[in-house]
Design a protein. Structure first.
Length: 344
């Protein structure tokens, strides 16, 4: 295990899959003095941007991380495929350092060849950061890794930006749905049909997320718009809809947390991986996945009780800020350092 350098500082080699090198994660205020070696798996040149079928930038960043390993340094990789690539690169180059696989979360669980590759590559990772208690047993069983190596921590963030100007033209009341991963758009569109054309619904998601589902005329679908506009649209709505597909869906955390931090009411469906995020919240309404009758009734309740629901969501903001404060990730990182590095 590495020991601090002569100035008493460790260096963290940070390698995210989707974020820039100077990601906010590298500015966490930890109790342990840290220097940061900032890398990124974001495509950095024309070759990495244009080659199809394999993400060259991931493996370039993984190789950079492995080459950066030396005494006094440890590795933090973000997202499962990057964690597997970094672990594999370290093994090939025979570099050893404590390795924290952060944001270890899947929209779709790996199968077949990919699963076999990941089982082999991830076996060398020291600890995995997951965002719910449910995922501990799920990933432990899937990858054959001891459950104690999966450590849950809540998703943390600041409230998302909200632009000053209106997000939509006109003043027709509407509900909105944000995000596409693990969402049941078939149920959402049937909900829109049952509510009728008087209640507009705005969906913000990547175009491919809706697949071939039929979209009613009073549903507006937006994609690739600025984040500040997304959350202005949400802020001006009667509430946010997060229809997760099944109880086993492990998605939706960012939408749920952002909605709570802005003090907006919402509807979601029961999922094991989001229990810690929504249970006991007066302004979060829930029903079973796939129950379009119940989901429609809850949507109508958002419309009918708009003032009561908005007041409850606004009242909860201070509590949600504490639950999702960035200090929790800093504490989590300090605990990893203490357990895997300082303890030797």
């Amino acid at each position: 295990m590495p020991s601090p350098d002569r100035q008493g500082r460790l260096a963290a080699i940070n390698v995210p899959e989707l974020s820039p090198a100077d990601d906010a994660f590298t500015h966490l205020v930890t109790q342990t003095p840290l220097d940061w070696i900032r890398l990124s798996g974001v495509p950095a040149n024309a070759i990495e941007r244009n080659v199809r079928g394999v993400k060259l930038s991931r493996y370039r960043a993984a190789l950079q991380a492995a080459l950066a390993v030396q005494p006094g340094r440890f590795v933090i990789s973000h997202l499962p495929l990057m964690s597997a690539a970094v672990s594999q690169a370290m093994a090939v180059l025979r570099r050893r350092a404590p390795h924290l696989a952060f944001a270890f979360n899947f929209t779709t669980l790996p199968e077949g060849t990919r699963l076999r590759y990941m089982r082999q590559a991830l076996a060398r990772v020291d600890q995995f950061t997951i965002f719910s208690q449910h995922e501990r047993a799920l990933y432990s069983n899937l990858f054959g890794i001891a459950p104690e190596r999966f450590v849950p921590v809540m998703w943390t963030q600041d409230a998302p930006p909200v632009q000053a100007e209106p997000g939509l033209a006109g003043n027709q009341p509407y509900l909105c749905a944000i995000g596409g991963e693990g969402r049941d758009f078939a149920m959402l569109m049937e909900t829109a049909r049952r509510l009728g054309p008087a209640m507009k619904i705005v969906v913000i998601a990547r175009p491919h997320s809706l697949g071939s589902v039929s979209v009613p005329d009073h549903v507006e679908v937006l994609a690739n718009i600025p984040l500040a506009r997304v959350w202005r649209i949400a802020t001006d709505s009667l509430g946010v809809l997060v229809p997760l597909k099944t109880r086993e869906t492990c998605c939706g955390h960012i939408t749920l947390v952002s909605t709570k931090l802005l003090g907006l009411p919402m509807i979601t469906t029961h999922a094991y991986a989001t229990r810690e995020y929504v249970e006991g919240r007066e302004a979060v309404l829930e029903c079973e996945p796939g129950d379009v009758t119940a989901f429609t009734a809850l949507a109508q309740r958002l419309v009918d009780e708009r003032d009561v629901m908005r007041a409850a969501a606004q009242k909860a903001i201070p509590h949600e800020r504490d639950v999702h404060d960035r200090r929790h990730w800093a504490d989590h990182l300090d605990a990893f350092i203490h357990a895997k590095i300082a303890a030797g």
